[in-house]
Design a protein around this ligand. Structure first.
Ligand code: UN1
Length: 503
């Protein structure tokens, strides 16, 4: 007898407190990147009409949510944090299945969402403004934060729960309502997050979820009622979004590419530096904006570092992220495989750079059905080569030799991005000098370029962003606008700049 076909689970959009299909009636599949025969579920492929409904729902909910005192909004977020904590293992497992990252890292991703939820909740009883003296007598001056309105959140695949939370939690605590459009490769983690919001008691319409691809994203960006777009993803897409937002004078916050580097000085604790470099380069299969895709190594220790690092990279276990023995999971999809392999070819065609290990897609046995690429190391890479300048977003790193700290800093700063940088050294003078000179939004000493914590600002300089910072209390400046308040209690007309008080 033929086995009945396994029923594929259906998941929905969340609009105005209802779980609904797309008005198009179309669906897309969510596939496990470690085993493409594993269909996790089907999700609504949303269009402009769905986005419009979600925005309308967000508009209807806006007033009530804005007027809910922030400490009360915070209570719901504390409850949400508890729900996320309770379900951490389930979410992590489902995240690994849809995204591929190894299970421990998926746990870290959920943890980052939890951290961020509690952090934002704490802000409910702060959301500090300030008072300041007025220049006229019997007059008070102060500043408060006010919500911006409806926020469109567009998030990538690589941190399926953490990045939506980085945006969602501060947006909510500031009193905004939102429409979330998550990466189409990782819709289940977004559904999990939004279900938790529902369970926590966030009122209908405050959080709306619209699944789909660029069509839904575009509709969100161009919708005239959406006041703010917060986007994490590629620099090319970010630029298009910024252009579109400029047309409608929307607030736009962008977190985009990186080409982060670790400097390894000749006095570095070398084994620690190797450990950190492996984690920075190959953690999340290199699919982090903060990935250590360049290792800038002092010539005096270059040979030793390269030998040891390459040996370790060769021994990393590539596989399904659900297997606890796996070090490096698959990359997200076929397109990613192609892009990464193209860069590997570009690297191989450089006369001076050498491929020291990896370089291939794995296609045999268990690897056959997934998107697996060997951890890949290029050595003797020179500044200016494409593999040294462009974001690859895969398990590929470039080792570049240098002679002086000044030269190393020039190499690190010599790319169009400016997200994260790091230096391994035991010399406090060198560490502080590097901190001063590295033009990035994040800087680490004796640690890799990854691993940001949620209560510090996250973001980058140059082509990485547009000047905003997520996380930390700095994110509140994205999701709220300042209102300056002047209260004249003199009982008469006092003209600023004109009625000058004589001393
Ligand atoms: C990203 O790569 O897009 O600092 C986010 C880190 C993580 C977040 C990375 N906490 O690597």
């Amino acid at each position: 007898m033929e086995k009945p076909a396994k029923k594929v689970e259906k998941y929905y959009n969340y609009i105005g407190g209802q779980w609904v299909e797309s008005s198009s009636g179309e669906w897309f599949e969510n596939i496990n990147p470690a085993d493409t025969s594993d269909v996790i579920g089907i999700f609504p492929k949303s269009n402009a009409e769905d986005v419009n409904r979600a925005v309308q729902a967000a508009a209807e909910a806006a007033d009530r949510w804005r007027k809910t005192p922030a400490p009360r909004r915070a209570e719901i977020l504390f409850r949400l944090g508890e729900i996320l904590r309770k379900n951490k293992d389930t979410y992590a497992e489902q995240m690994t299945r849809e995204m591929g990252k190894v299970i421990k890292e998926a746990g870290g991703d959920v943890q980052e969402a939890i951290d961020c939820t509690y952090f934002a909740a704490g802000e409910g009883r702060r959301l500090h403004g300030f008072t300041t003296p007025a220049e006229l007598p019997n007059k008070a001056a102060m500043c408060v934060r006010q919500p911006v309105g409806i926020c469109g959140l567009i998030t990538p695949f690589n941190f399926p729960m953490a990045i939506p939370s980085w945006k969602l939690m501060p947006a909510l605590i500031c009193g905004n309502t939102v429409v979330l459009k998550p990466g189409e490769d990782v819709p289940l983690s977004a559904v999990n997050l939004v279900k938790a919001c529902e369970e926590a008691g966030i009122p209908p319409g405050v959080v709306n979820l619209v699944n789909g691809d660029a069509e839904a994203g575009r509709a969100l960006v161009t919708h005239e009622k959406v006041r703010l777009i917060s986007f994490t993803g590629s620099t090319d897409t970010g630029r298009l979004i910024a252009e579109e937002c400029a047309r409608q004078n929307k607030i736009v916050s962008l977190e985009m590419g990186g080409k982060n580097a670790i400097i390894i000085m000749d006095d570095a604790a070398i084994d620690n530096a190797i450990e950190g470099s492996l984690w920075g380069a190959f953690g999340t299969s290199g699919q982090r904006c903060t990935a250590s895709s360049r290792l800038v190594v002092h010539k005096k220790i270059y040979k030793e570092f390269v030998e040891k690092f390459v040996e370790r990279a060769k021994n990393l276990k590539v596989g399904n992220g659900l297997d606890p023995k796996t070090d490096v999971g698959p990359v997200i999809n076929e397109q990613a495989v192609e892009k990464i392999l193209t860069y590997i070819e570009i690297g191989k065609n450089e006369d001076k750079a050498k491929l020291a290990c990896g370089g291939n897609r794995l296609t045999e046995g268990d690897y056959k059905k997934g998107y697996f690429i060997e951890p890949t190391v290029f050595i003797d890479v020179e500044p200016g080569m494409r593999i040294e300048q462009e974001e690859i977003f895969g398990p590929v790193t470039a080792i570049i030799p240098f002679s002086t700290l000044e030269e190393a800093i020039e190499i690190v700063n010599g790319v169009k991005y400016g997200l994260s940088s790091a230096i391994y050294t035991q010399d406090v003078n060198k560490a502080f000098y590097a901190i001063q000179e590295l033009y990035t939004g994040i800087c680490y000493v004796n640690s890799a370029t990854i691993g940001a914590e949620v209560h510090l600002p996250f973001g980058g300089t140059k082509a990485t962003g547009n000047g905003h910072r997520e996380a930390g209390t700095q994110v509140l400046d994205i999701f709220s606008e300042w209102k300056a308040i002047y209260i004249d209690y003199s009982g008469k007309l006092q003209k600023a700049q004109i009625d000058i008080v004589e001393v």
